[in-house]
Design a protein around this ligand. Sequence first.
Ligand SMILES: Cc1cc2nc3c(=O)[nH]c(=O)nc-3n(C[C@H](O)[C@H](O)[C@H](O)COP(=O)(O)OP(=O)(O)OC[C@H]3O[C@@H](n4cnc5c(N)ncnc54)[C@H](O)[C@@H]3O)c2cc1C
Length: 477
Amino acid sequence: MAIVTARSTEGAEIHLDANTLGDLRARLRGALLLPGDPGYDESRAIWNGLIDRRPALVGCCLGVADVAACVNFARERNLGLSVKGGGHNISGLAVCDGGLMLDLSRMRGVWVDPLARTARAQAGCLLGDVDRETQLHGLATVLGFVSTTGIAGLTLGGGFGYLTRRFGWSCDNVRSMELVTADGRVVRASERENGDLFWGLRGGGGNFGVVTSFEYALHPVGPEVVAGAIAWRAEEAPDVLRLYESLDRHAPPELTCAAMLRLAPPAPWLQPAIHGRAIIALLLCHSGPVEEGEKQVGPIKAFGSPVGDVVRRRPYVSQQSLLDATQPKGRRYYWKSEYLPRLGPALCAKLIEQAQRIVSPHSGIILFPIDGALQRLPEDHSAAGNREAAAVLTVMASWETARDDETNMAWARAAWKDMRGFSTGGTYVNFLTEEEGDERIRAAYGKNYARLADVKTRWDPRNLFRMNKNIPPRDGA
Ligand SMILES: Cc1cc2nc3c(=O)[nH]c(=O)nc-3n(C[C@H](O)[C@H](O)[C@H](O)COP(=O)(O)OP(=O)(O)OC[C@H]3O[C@@H](n4cnc5c(N)ncnc54)[C@H](O)[C@@H]3O)c2cc1C
């Protein structure tokens, strides 16, 4: 008798009886969760509250063997399959409807080799897990701006953060990966082993298998850095954007400065009179020696009339989690993003104009600088590409309730449309929303797309791994 009705990769019904489920349970060290089981709803709940999907089964993997068992089970039955790393993807790609979801959140081990300056991290790690362990040795790799993001999705899509201007994409700093492929094999990918796979995994997302661990190169950083945030009234935005531009062009690679236009949150570091009013903030991080950092940020702290300033010596891990509270799990989120070749006065004017139309106190427009180290490598160094970009422009809408969905999404779409003309033509694959399909995926990869399709065809010819920004294998799935 069928006790679970699941969905195939094409959406057809698949009935799973008690024996079949018992067989999978016996193959797993971790739990197998069904709808209604304790932990099931917690496992399927992800960062973006807009996403509400219900897998038929959740495999809570405790190790590589559990991952292989789940992949084999799904392939043998043509069952829909999704993989949850940190669950932070804006499109909610971690969770499938009616299929088998692999939940990697219990695989969070990190092993640091301080002499070799490398760290191996299991694929369920959040960014903060890796920083915490590597910082014990005054080392770090390139990770993103919010510590609760998963390393897996971030690294597989490229990955940028405060260290990008010095050390490139996160995936440029990966030495090797271990993964379970569509045929259930456990393989390593590095420059020396399965080089085509290694090339594709560094930017091509979860298209080629389930990565179980990453080996990162580490660099001396911190543990203390000069970093924080500084804000001005929106009236000063034209001058502050000029300052941002000049820092982007002339600041040493150790200094990263992201710009954010939004309404001031009621945060203690901002003057109470400014709460709820439009501001522009710079997020600063100098990752070199603190004395040099203080010298570099001095003129920025003295610029104009700040309404809040928490730029100071602080632990690198504190900077890495500075934005966490602004991005709580479960709120509703919708983003639109483009790579920019440069800023310039016309775009600055648009940024200011669109920021004035923000409709939610949680929304904002952000410029993340990424120029520097990543441009020193050729475009086809790895699948991530987009190495001519100077910054990532992201319109970030965030709000509380379903009744405000349309208004907030409409603001983000309109702002994006207005500024899209300034794009390099590329877009960051990790920031693509649910509705952004094939055309935008191709734009994200540019001329690397054709080679990605070759790698996909070789490693996943039946497109088992399709719950991602999908690159279909040649000759169809
Ligand atoms: C608040 C916030 C801040 C962010 N800041 C940054 C930033 O500073 N820099 C940056 O580069 N990006 C940033 N991102 C984007 C982030 O890189 C992506 O959302 C990324 O997908 C998150 O990874 P995850 O593991 O949490 O995602 P998940 O939602 O778990 O997974 C995302 C995709 O990766 C696949 N995947 C996950 N784990 C594996 C695995 N082990 N093997 C194969 N495929 C896998 C999933 O199947 C899915 O397709 C941010 C996102 C959020 C929500």
